[in-house]
Design a binder for this molecule. Structure first.
Ligand code: FPP
Length: 256
């Protein structure tokens, strides 16, 4: 069983509740070994499995993984098809194991435009694991933060146009409640592998007060040790949330 039943050392700092990862560098990992890019993605799934297990064992409550961005459609058709196939295989092969380990899976991103079989599989994995109480694995798939914010703005504008919402009721909480992540707390820590230092349209709203750790490892080489290194760096930071010292984050409707 993944996960931690008891805290073995009361002096160990509590892990961040929510860690989000931009899994970058699969292509470079493969190129360095004169392998085709898809081999990097295949090995990337192995790193993903290791990371889900490690996160649960370390007591992290939410783990979000950026798996396919709205912009990734511009990659060559063969690579896009390979990534879609990889996700289908992952769901088929790993669903029983995730469920047995009490992992709850949530998918964020646009479902429209996905092939029907994949959309069906994503719903199946969410439905089967909905009542699980262990790690929540949030898979950002066909996800783009700007698109997410635009959709939330449109939904709120629609309510104003219908007369069911007043413009002055459009608050930060109201926006957050209309994002894909409405039931997920904001990330405390965002990790990006491969040495690149940018957000690439990932959780732009939700990461407002997150700490960022950039790791030079390419994603297929990521493991529990790398995660622990990132957590140690996170713990060494002084989170101020715009104030003068360690304090609470600004209240969010979704900060549960
Ligand atoms: C970034 O590497 C990685 C991706 C765009 C895809 C990540 C996907 C997986 C790890 C596996 C599929 C997901 C699931 C949920 C099974 P890159 O291709 O941008 O690497 P590069 O920057 O070195 O070219």
């Amino acid at each position: 069983m993944f996960g931690r039943d008891e805290i073995d050392d009361a002096t160990v700092a509590a892990p961040p509740a929510h860690v989000a990862i931009i899994m970058d560098g699969n292509g470079r990992w493969a190129s360095k070994r004169l392998m085709p890019r898809f081999e990097g993605h295949r090995r990337g799934v192995e790193a993903l499995r290791r990371t889900v297990r490690a996160a649960a064992e370390l007591g992290i409550r939410y783990l979000t993984l950026y798996s396919f961005s709205s912009e990734n459609w511009s990659r060559p058709r063969t690579e896009v098809d390979y990534l879609m196939g990889l996700v289908k295989r992952f769901v088929r092969n790993d669903l029983a194991d995730l469920h047995a380990n009490n992992v709850r899976v949530r998918i964020i991103g646009e479902r429209e435009g996905l092939d029907a079989e994949l959309a069906e599989l994503l719903s199946e994995v969410e439905n089967l694991t909905a009542a699980n109480t262990g790690l929540t694995l949030v898979v950002a798939f066909n996800y783009g933060a700007r698109q997410e914010i635009v959709a939330a703005a449109r939904r709120l504008a629609q309510k104003v146009a219908e007369g069911t919402l007043k413009p002055q009721d459009i608050t930060a909480e109201a926006v957050a409640a209309n994002l894909h992540t409405h039931d997920i707390p904001d990330p405390d820590l965002v990790i990006r592998t491969s040495g690149e230092q940018r957000l690439s349209n990932f959780l732009l709203w939700q990461a407002a007060y997150a700490e960022f750790v950039f790791i030079p490892l390419l994603w297929p080489d990521f493991d529990r040790r790398a995660l622990e290194t990132a957590l140690a760096e996170y713990h060494a930071r002084d989170r101020r949330f715009g104030g003068l010292g360690e304090t609470d984050p600004p209240r969010q409707a979704n900060s549960g």
